[in-house]
Design a binder for this molecule. Structure first.
Ligand code: ADP
Ligand code: MG
Length: 258
């Protein structure tokens, strides 16, 4: 068995129905091993969310070239729900509102869909309430419609609630911490820490370096213009915090010019 959880090689992708010349991802390679936390930094519009969507199999994007493997298996033939069943989880940058379906029913239905087994109402409710308590989510949220009327912070906490209940093998977190106050960022950081172990991995997109101070980051990738232009350890976060993306962009352009 491969010890790589996610292996992306030379990925080129564009939005579905667009011309290949409008490529968003332009030759991206990335490997994530079990037990690792990777961070993707990059200016707005670099292709970060597109990358997450392509890993999850979002039908709005098209792979033009390259390969994606999860635990040694090619992802491209798999539909999004099949990828979810293999253990890939995507937390949205902007979580959807689903009127008419309560948080509890939605989460229980997800568990059933993912495991293919019936999930008992009462034992699931107990589990849900204990995770909610940890995330300081009021128990009444379980009976509210999914994300309807939730504040930005509540929506993001709800994403972390799903993460902890689903226990995926690879968590893709797309700005799960953006728009949150300091306390809510702490809750998200605590949730990610509680989720993470030596068997699973996280790929985190964030602009918030405070959350990263609290997580054991293994690798940082800087994505600009659909390519990874710099890689390193946690020290890269500090450098970008200090200098912005400018110096990295200049160095990357110089390298390409040669
Ligand atoms: P990021 O998450 O890094 O801010 P995105 O991946 O959301 O960036 O977007 C990267 C670029 O691709 C942007 O210029 C965006 O407008 C474009 N893009 C993303 N999704 C689509 C789409 N479905 N159709 C057309 N263009 C898209
Ligand atoms: Mg984005």
């Amino acid at each position: 068995m491969s010890n790589k959880l996610l292996e992306i090689r030379n990925l080129h992708a564009c939005a579905a129905g667009r011309e290949p010349k409008e490529e968003i991802l332009r030759g991206l390679s990335l490997t994530v091993e079990p037990g690792e936390i990777h961070v993707i930094l990059g200016a707005n519009g670099s292709g970060k969310s597109t990358l997450m969507n392509v890993i999850m199999g979002h039908p709005g994007y098209q792979v033009l070239e390259g390969s994606l493997e999860f635990d040694g298996e090619a992802l491209q033939p798999l539909k999004p729900f099949e990828r979810a069943r293999r253990g890939i989880f995507l937390s949205f940058q902007t979580p959807e509102e689903i009127p008419g379906i309560t948080v509890e029913n939605m989460l229980r239905a997800s568990r059933q869909a993912l495991t293919g087994k019936p999930v008992k109402i009462m034992s699931f409710r107990r589990e849900l309430h204990s995770v909610m308590e940890e995330l300081q989510i009021d128990a009444s949220y379980g009976q509210r419609y999914m994300n309807v009327g939730f504040s930005g912070g509540e929506k993001k906490r709800n994403e972390i609630l799903q993460l902890l209940l689903q226990q995926p093998r690879l968590a893709l977190l797309d700005e799960t911490d953006s728009g949150l106050d300091v306390d809510a960022v702490q809750i998200v950081a605590r949730g990610v820490k509680r989720f993470h172990n030596e068997k699973n991995a996280c790929l985190i997109i964030t602009h918030n370096t405070r959350i990263l101070e609290q997580l054991p980051v293994d690798k940082v990738h800087v994505l600009l213009g659909g390519r990874i232009v710099a890689e390193g350890g946690a020290e890269l976060i500090e450098k970008i915090d200090r200098e912005g993306f400018g110096s990295i962009r200049d160095a990357a352009e110089e390298l390409q010019g040669k």
